[in-house]
Design a protein around this ligand. Structure first.
Ligand code: SAM
Length: 247
């Protein structure tokens, strides 16, 4: 069972994202639970204040540590096997490798910041990890929480119907995935590459391997630096039919 507890001041943000697709399927199977907690419920003043001015001056407001730490403690409810993650543009960049490292854990508390960010003491003393989903600044950590859940849950055994789908995907072997085609064979004069219709699995495998390397060298040459040299090998692949309904 995979468990995500999301701490946010905008819980309504999460009303629809988990109502469709593989996430909903996993919730329905009881393989996954997602709880959204409103940080304002952990304030102790009548205005439910979650932010205050920054010490030292400067623009904007900073999220106070008290309500967030109370929410983290409540989410843990005495259990210490939760991985507490704070989202921030200053955090470790989240990529497939980082997602795999996170997938070693089963229970997460995801803290979403707003305004100018979260009081540094939360990150330093009450979190296990600070994660950034990319080198840009969002208005809040909620989209980052969605990205995190979508990526980590996908790596859980049984989450994707055809487990080969996950093994074959982009970034798995340091390469982008080869191009995919489906019916019709000819779309407005644009034909599917002939080799894919040949039925010759060895030729198809070689073509896909070459395409993966060429695409990666064109679009993401930085990935090749860590992938060694072209050998023509690509992991064996079964037909990737699952996910059509739910993505
Ligand atoms: N003042 C902060 C800075 O310059 O680093 C930016 C704060 S941002 C406007 C508000 C919140 O959005 C952050 O506390 C964080 O939770 C979230 N956020 C923004 N960009 C993010 C990113 N690239 N990855 C993860 N979370 C992000």
């Amino acid at each position: 069972m995979l468990s995500f507890k999301i701490l946010s001041i905008f819980p309504k943000y999460f009303v629809s994202p988990f109502m469709d697709g593989l996430i909903k399927d996993a919730i329905d199977r009881s393989d996954l639970t997602i709880d959204v907690m409103d940080i304002r419920d952990f304030t102790d003043d009548k205005h439910k204040t979650v932010d205050d001015t920054p010490y030292g001056g400067g623009p904007g407001m900073v999220m106070k540590p008290g309500p967030i730490v109370s929410a983290i403690r409540h989410a843990k409810s005495g259990e210490d096997d939760y991985r507490v993650i704070v989202f921030s543009p200053r955090g470790r960049k989240f990529d497939q490798k980082a997602a795999k490292a996170c997938a070693a854990y089963r229970k997460f508390i995801l803290v979403c910041g707003r305004y100018e960010g979260i009081d540094e003491r939360v990150t330093r003393f009450y979190a296990d990890e600070e994660i950034s989903i990319g080198d840009y600044v969002l208005s809040g950590g909620e989209p980052a929480a969605l990205v995190f859940i979508e990526t980590v849950a996908r790596l859980a055994p049984g989450f994707v119907g055809n487990s080969q789908s996950v093994i074959d995907e982009s970034y798995e072997n340091g390469l982008l995935e080869y191009p995919q085609y489906t019916k019709p064979r000819d779309f407005e004069g644009h034909a599917v590459p002939e080799v894919l219709l040949s039925g010759n699995h060895k030729d198809i495998q070689e073509w896909r391997s070459r395409q993966a390397w060429e695409l990666t060298s064109q679009k993401r040459p930085d990935l090749l630096a860590s992938s060694g040299t072209y050998t023509g090998d690509v992991p064996a692949r079964s037909d990737k039919k699952s996910g059509g309904k739910n993505g």
